[in-house]
Design a protein around this ligand. Structure first.
Ligand code: UDP
Length: 325
């Protein structure tokens, strides 16, 4: 089995590479621009006989074409991520997400290769339904609010993947990640758990945006990659969209308190209005909970890890890597 992972030096892609390489028959090629992906994430893999890292943007089709032609499966994880980055670099977000996916899908169609498309719970936008089922509506805010460019770009990716499946028979599997967290995720792009853990370890105030009553369900990257692999190897997943996440819901305020308890930090919570944290008119979702019955029915999959497992692993990671503080 030859696997191509776009964005494979990123947080999720590097864990996925390690999992797939456990099978001695699997060869992994990664293409990553190292813009948000990091060499240190894959440094330990670089000597592996079945591993290859190519540093290039996924939109470089002359480089991408032979890689797609030569593989069996493509995991398309290359994307612009993180709410902070999306607000600061909207052009790059839209172009990376739409042009990158278009490049991967058109080449996969040319060579008839199976593709997993990494999508996001952001595609539900500000729909207030709890929990979200895969068929629920996408509800986006105005185009003047740049946060929604991420959700829209990922929704276009999904439309395009489903169109390739319907019109050209391309085998695609679409997976919507719900707040995936674990070691190697950096706080640089705004993600809450690495941010708050770093702050707690440095005895700085923990920045809780808004009133802290908004909630999320956090998924351990270990569970996420296990499920991605199983979906990719399941013929009945082709042409389908799946929520991938935990259903353990926590408010951001409670999350911050738990991080203080687990680190033993003496820091305090600092409530910061959204317009200060991001930009004026910023819109957040109050709750975001997946209905995971579809993936459970197909694969019998449910996450093994709980929020405390995630927090302990992230805390241990930052303790081991003080240079990342
Ligand atoms: N958040 C926070 N403090 C931070 C970073 C994020 O309170 O330092 C909040 C953010 O406003 C959101 C939640 O935590 O309500 C999750 O944010 P994240 O960027 O991790 O993921 P999102 O769910 O927004 O994609």
């Amino acid at each position: 089995m030859k696997v191509l992972i776009t964005g494979g030096a990123g947080f999720i892609g590097s864990h996925l590479s390690e999992l797939l390489l456990k099978d001695e028959e699997t060869q992994v090629t990664v293409i990553d621009s190292l813009s948000t992906g990091k060499y240190r994430n894959v440094q330990a893999l670089t000597g592996h006989p079945n591993y290859r890292l190519i540093v290039a943007p996924v939109t470089d089709t002359s480089l991408l074409e032979p890689l797609v032609a030569d593989c069996d499966h493509v995991y398309h994880l290359a994307a612009a991520v993180g709410v902070r980055r999306i607000i600061e670099q909207p052009v790059d977000t839209i172009e990376t997400n739409i042009l990158g996916t278009e490049a991967v899908l058109s080449l996969a169609a040319k060579y008839h290769k199976k593709v997993l498309i990494a999508s996001t719970s952001e595609v539900y936008g500000k729909n207030t339904k709890v929990p979200f089922k895969e068929e629920d509506d996408s509800v986006f805010g105005a185009t003047t609010k740049s946060r929604w460019s991420y959700a829209c770009s990922k929704a276009i990716d999904e439309f395009l993947a489903l169109a390739y499946n319907k019109e050209k028979g391309l085998p695609v599997v679409i997976v919507r990640f719900f707040n995936t967290v674990g070691p190697r995720q950096t706080g640089r792009y705004g993600m809450v758990i690495p941010n708050l853990v770093r702050q707690a370890l440095k005895e700085q105030p923990l920045t809780v945006y808004g009133d802290g009553r908004q909630s999320r369900c956090f998924t351990h990257v270990r569970d996420s990659i296990r499920c991605q692999k199983a979906l990719m190897n399941e013929p009945r997943a082709v042409g389908e969209v799946f929520n991938l996440g935990s259903q353990e819901e926590v408010t951001i305020e409670r999350l911050a308190q738990r991080i203080l308890e687990l680190t033993g930090s003496k820091s305090e919570l600092q409530y910061i209005p959204y317009e200060e944290a991001y930009e004026s008119g910023f819109e957040d979702m109050r709750r975001r909970v997946p209905d995971t019955s579809k993936v459970r029915a197909l694969l019998g999959f449910a996450p093994d890890s709980h929020l405390d497992d995630i927090l302990k692993d992230v805390i241990a990671y930052f303790r081991e890597h003080p240079e990342l503080h």
